[in-house]
Design a protein. Structure first.
Length: 318
């Protein structure tokens, strides 16, 4: 172990319960609109509208029982071996989130939805005693094999297996969109953060994959269930947890594909996809209809764009 981290990573305080949290994914990136929202007596949205504290539109979202942690853990475990090679847009998003942190970290750092451990290792290199937690045992097995310095633990973002006031830094990138209860996830982050600690979270939010949803509608194909809370709903949950919202920037990361099969594989290949009831597989006729609808509705110079809308939250425990 190098001398950059004198502290020892955290050992879990209790046996782990079931799982949660992970990511969405694929290839090259292009960055579009940057929108800012600031906390006042409500939440100022990117479109300029203000949600009051008690507004139903801003409240914590329980993304219904459509999100099943066991299914998510299984999908991401299956994706573990190929994940790093094809999740390039996820790397771009995570690297931006890491840049948002100080160059040097002190104390204990937690990576929620750590996946293959690449960003947990980055936290360690910044000087923290790093711990990664994930619901997917396949991802954790990969991480433990590749990185010896951080500790990797199976657990859910809805029931983090750590005592109160443990971490100076909580990090998460492209994982928390898979939780079934934003309010509970926010409370867990607030619980494990030390007073004065910060959380830097990159969360995919509603508005992601709109091109694919539009194409499926035009092609008259059943919509895949992919329920994601809005940035405002997450903001409300963080506020209710007692965390102080320092900053949120919502940004579109656009991945370009040459054909519909490449695009669909990019989502499925890294474990992301529908989170609810299973849809019948697409046949050749369906795929042809989908490709035509996608090109007609969203095609750009013979390329198919796929948008990942991500909110970068900076939170502090006071």
């Amino acid at each position: 172990m190098s001398s950059s981290s004198a502290l020892q990573p955290v050992i879990p305080s209790k046996p782990l319960c079931t799982p949660d949290g992970k990511v969405s994914h694929d290839t090259s990136s292009g960055t579009l609109a940057i929108k800012r929202a600031f906390q006042a007596k409500g939440i100022l949205l990117a479109d300029g509208s203000l949600l009051a504290d008690g507004s139903p539109a801003a409240q914590s979202v329980d993304t219904e029982p459509v999100i099943n942690e066991k299914d998510i853990a299984h999908r991401f475990s299956k994706a573990a071996k190929q994940y790093n090679s094809i999740a390039s847009i996820q790397r771009v998003i995570a690297e931006q989130a890491l840049i948002n942190l100080p160059n040097r970290l002190q104390g204990q750092a937690l990576d929620i939805g750590c996946g293959t451990g690449i960003h947990t290792q980055a936290l360690y290199r910044k000087g923290a005693a790093a711990t990664g937690v994930d619901i997917a045992e396949g991802m954790l097995a990969f991480a433990r094999k590749k990185y010896s310095d951080p500790i990797f633990i199976q657990g859910s973002a809805l029931d983090l297996p750590f005592t109160e006031n443990t971490f100076s830094t909580v990090f998460s990138s492209m994982a928390l969109q898979w939780v079934s209860d934003t309010g509970l996830a926010a409370k867990q982050i607030a619980r494990v953060l030390k007073k004065g600690g910060v959380a830097e979270l990159a969360i995919m939010v509603a508005g992601s994959f709109d091109e694919l949803k539009t194409a499926r509608k035009v092609a008259q194909l059943a919509q895949a269930d992919m329920v994601m809370p809005t940035a405002a709903q997450w903001g409300y949950s963080f506020k209710q947890s007692g965390l102080s919202l320092q900053r949120v920037i919502t940004k579109d990361y656009v991945d370009m594909h040459s054909d519909i099969m490449s695009l669909l594989r990019s989502v499925k290949g890294v474990g992301a996809g529908a989170t609810g009831r299973k849809q019948p597989p697409l046949n050749r006729r369906d795929i042809k209809k989908l490709a035509m609808a996608y090109f007609n509705a969203s095609g750009v110079e013979s390329k198919l764009p796929l948008t990942y809308r991500v909110s970068h939250f900076r939170l502090e425990k006071r």
